[in-house]
Design a protein around this ligand. Structure first.
Ligand code: FAD
Length: 317
């Protein structure tokens, strides 16, 4: 019996969030006195998983699976779970992971806990701590099914290096032709920018910037930091920035390591989308702005003075 982890890749390269899932799987495996097996699809860098405690990789090579296909991918994970007799299946919380986990749960008649933030409190009964109410509270969930599926919240457990010797095997699941009757084409907008979902750092700005013509300093700061740019809802509603940048309750969730909020008041609907970020830095000229209560670091002052100075200073590093 091993712990199975699904490692997501894009164009043959692993998504960074998956290394956190692997680290978490190793932590659970250590609690249970077992090892970690990863299932990968069309990956070219399986050996790198040894850094995060994976001792075996089941790699599926199939042109049919070159594009994400939820039912087919869920079948692959389910078959790998059965072949390894795994009782714990770990995924991340990317959009694809969130799609896959319930399908795998149905296939395996397994209980699924999403947004898990820590190693199990106890393994018998199997109880995990999860984020609830847009990360404002925790709850503890006990999974009673034989197989248990865990979705690890981004940035909650972190990367833990744990060098392990690794073997890579080909895995040939049975694919159901009916899964391929509908062709889903995903079109990636050509952009050389970091996307909000993958970004380690997000530089976000709000109505305090007064108008779209003032975003150059935000983009410059984001470029210096290798960050994605984001904005509050009114900013995208007014067409100052594209809707794809709107974060919050009705926009995109952000689980970055560092979220810098500039000229954003910190309304609950905005905070709901960024609570999962690790460190929040706020720049606002109103010391009473609610965002300061949610911030780890705050600068009270005029963004038009502070942001260019901050950018110049950061360029020195
Ligand atoms: P404002 O509230 O106008 O704040 C601007 C801030 O900039 C102020 O704090 C001000 O002190 C500061 N400022 C002004 N000038 C400067 C300067 N020179 N330097 C530094 N700071 C300055 N909002 C979201 O963002 N995301 C959502 O998903 C979302 N969903 C919503 C869903 C619903 C159902 C509802 C009702 C609302 C939603 N909202 C959402 C809107 C939300 O309630 C707020 O209205 C919005 O977040 C405010 O945006 P803002 O902070 O950019 O603007």
């Amino acid at each position: 019996m091993s712990v199975l982890v699904y490692i997501e890749s894009e164009n043959g390269k692993f998504k960074k969030a998956s290394f956190e899932s692997a680290s978490y799987a190793k932590g659970v495996a250590d609690q249970l006195g077992t090892s970690v097996t990863a299932v990968t699809i069309n990956s070219e860098e399986n050996e790198s998983l040894s850094t995060y405690g994976v001792s075996k990789v089941l790699n599926v090579k199939s042109d049919k699976l070159s594009k994400f296909n939820a039912n087919a991918y869920a079948d692959v994970i389910s078959q790998a779970t059965k072949s390894e007799d795994a009782k714990i299946v770990v995924l991340g919380q990317t959009a694809n992971d969130k799609y896959l986990a319930p399908l795998v749960a149905i296939n395996l008649e397994a209980g699924y806990a999403s947004n898990v933030v820590a190693l199990p409190e106890s393994t018998s009964p199997f109880t995990v701590k999860r984020n609830a109410f847009t990360n404002k509270a925790f709850n503890f969930t006990t999974i009673n099914s034989d197989v248990k599926i865990i979705g690890v919240a981004k940035n909650a457990y972190g990367l833990k290096e744990n060098e392990t010797s690794i073997t890579v095997e080909d895995f040939n699941p049975t694919l159901d032709e009916s899964d391929f009757t509908i062709h889903v084409e995903s079109v990636d907008k050509a952009t050389d920018k970091v996307t909000i979902a993958d970004a380690e750092i997000v530089v976000s700005a709000g109505r305090g910037l007064k108008g779209p013509e003032n975003w150059e300093m935000i983009e410059n700061l984001a470029e210096t930091l290798g960050a994605a740019t984001a904005c509050s809802k009114p900013v995208s509603d007014m067409g100052w920035r594209p809707h794809s940048e709107h974060v919050g309750q009705t926009g995109k969730p952000v689980a970055a390591n560092l979220y810098i909020a500039i000229g954003i008041s910190g309304a609950i609907q905005h905070l709901a989308g960024i609570n999962a970020s690790k460190y929040k830095v706020v720049i606002n000229n109103d010391a009473e702005a609610p965002f300061f209560k949610a911030a780890d670091y705050g600068i009270v002052g005029d963004a038009f003075e502070i942001v260019p100075k901050l950018n110049e200073k950061l360029k020195e590093f």
